[in-house]
Design a protein. Structure first.
Length: 336
C-alpha cells in the first residue's frame, strides 16, 4: 500500500477521497516508528535532555497509532502495544526525574533563602543519584535483544505490511467511528466533577487520570487534523493547554512525594511549601471555568457535531483559550 504523510495531503484532492484506513494507518505507524529510533543514539549520548523527551513522546504516539489503527493492521507480537508500553515506561522514569530536577533547580531553588537552599541541595543530590540509576536502566533496555527484536519487527512489517479486511474501508467514512469513542471517554471522566479548591490526594489522582485521557485525545486527534477545519484544530490546541496545566499540577504532587522521601527536614521548609502550594493554586486558576464548559450540554453536542463532519466546515466552537487568557503555569510541565 502507498504511504501518505498528513503534510502532503490536500483535503479536497481525489487522493484523500480514496484514502483507505489501512493506507493511512501504515503511514502513521511508519512515521511514529522512525521518530522513535531517530532519537536512540542521541538519548544514549545524554547531552541534551530534549532528546529523551522526543523519544518518549515518540513511543507514546506509536502506541496511540497502534491503538487507533490496530483493527486494520497485523503488527508482529514483538512490536505489540505491550512492548511499546514497556519501553515508554523506562524512558518515562528517567524523564520524570529530569522534570523534577529542572523544576527544583530552575524554579524553586532561586526563590528560597540560603538555609532552605542548602536543605534542598541535599534532595537534589539524592535525585541526581536516582537519575543515574534510571539512565543506566535506559541504557540496558536499549541494548537488550527485546528492544532489538522490536525494531526488527517494525522494519520487517514496514517492508511487507499485513492488514485485516477492514483496512480497505474509506478513511473518511470511518473517521467519526474512530474518534467518537475517544470523545465519550473524555466527556464521561469523573475529573470534570472536581472543583479547583478540592485537591486531596485521591482527587489529585483523578485529575492525573484525566490528564492522561487528554493526552491520549490529543495524540489521536492530531493524526487526523488535516481532515477537519478550524474548530477541530482550536479544540486540539485547547486540549493541549489543559493537558499542560494538569501535567504541571501532577508534577507538583510528584515533587511533594519526592521531597517527603528525600528531604526528611521538609517540614522545616515553610518557604518551599508555600511556593509549591501557590503554584498549585495558580495552575488551577482557570480549571473551574474549563470544567464547567465540559459539563455544558451544548458544548458537548458541538464537539460531537464537529467529529461527524470531516472535511466540512463545522459550527464554531469556542475554546477555553478564547474565553479567558491562559497564564503559563509555573513551574512548567516538561511533558507532552
Amino acid at each position: 500500500m502507498k504511504t501518505t504523510s498528513p503534510a502532503e495531503l490536500q483535503p479536497e484532492s481525489q487522493e484523500v477521497q480514496s484514502l483507505t484506513l489501512g493506507e493511512y494507518g501504515y503511514s502513521m505507524i511508519n512515521e511514529q516508528y522512525h521518530r522513535v529510533i531517530k532519537y536512540e543514539k542521541p538519548v544514549l549520548a545524554d547531552d541534551d535532555l530534549e532528546n529523551l523527551h522526543h523519544m518518549r513522546v515518540g513511543t507514546r504516539r506509536l502506541r496511540t497509532a497502534l491503538q487507533v489503527f490496530g483493527m486494520a493492521l497485523k503488527v508482529p507480537k514483538a512490536g505489540s502495544i505491550r512492548r511499546i508500553t514497556e519501553l515508554a515506561r523506562v524512558l518515562g522514569q528517567l524523564r520524570d526525574l529530569d522534570v523534577q530536577l529542572a523544576n527544583l533547580k530552575d524554579v524553586y531553588r532561586p526563590q528560597l533563602d540560603k538555609k532552605e537552599q542548602k536543605l534542598l541541595d541535599g534532595a537534589i543530590k539524592a535525585l541526581k543519584k536516582q537519575r543515574s540509576e534510571a539512565f543506566a536502566a535506559v541504557e540496558d533496555t536499549l541494548a537488550r535483544s527485546r528492544y532489538q527484536d522490536l525494531k526488527q519487527a517494525y522494519e520487517t512489517w514496514l517492508e511487507k505490511p499485513q492488514y485485516t479486511a477492514i483496512a480497505q474501508l474509506p478513511l473518511l467514512m470511518v473517521l467519526p467511528d474512530l474518534l467518537n469513542p475517544l470523545l465519550s471517554e473524555l466527556l464521561l471522566h469523573p475529573g470534570w466533577l472536581i472543583p479547583a479548591d478540592h485537591s486531596s490526594q485521591e482527587e489529585s489522582k483523578t485529575l492525573h487520570e484525566l490528564r492522561k485521557v487528554c493526552k491520549h485525545v490529543r495524540y489521536q486527534t492530531e493524526f487526523f487534523v488535516c481532515f477537519y477545519g478550524d474548530p477541530f484544530q482550536k479544540w486540539i490546541k485547547a486540549i493541549k493547554v489543559l493537558q499542560d496545566q494538569l501535567g504541571a499540577f501532577q508534577d507538583s504532587q510528584v515533587l511533594i512525594d519526592l521531597l517527603n522521601t528525600h528531604l526528611p527536614a521538609s517540614q522545616e521548609m515553610k518557604g518551599l511549601q508555600a511556593i509549591i502550594q501557590r503554584n498549585r493554586t495558580d495552575i488551577l486558576s482557570t480549571w473551574d471555568e474549563t470544567r464547567q464548559q465540559y459539563l455544558d450540554s451544548d458544548f458537548r453536542l458541538r464537539l460531537h457535531h464537529i467529529l461527524l463532519q470531516p472535511l466540512q466546515n463545522s459550527e464554531t466552537l469556542s475554546s477555553p483559550e478564547e474565553q479567558s487568557p491562559q497564564r503559563d503555569p509555573q513551574p512548567l510541565a516538561l511533558q507532552q
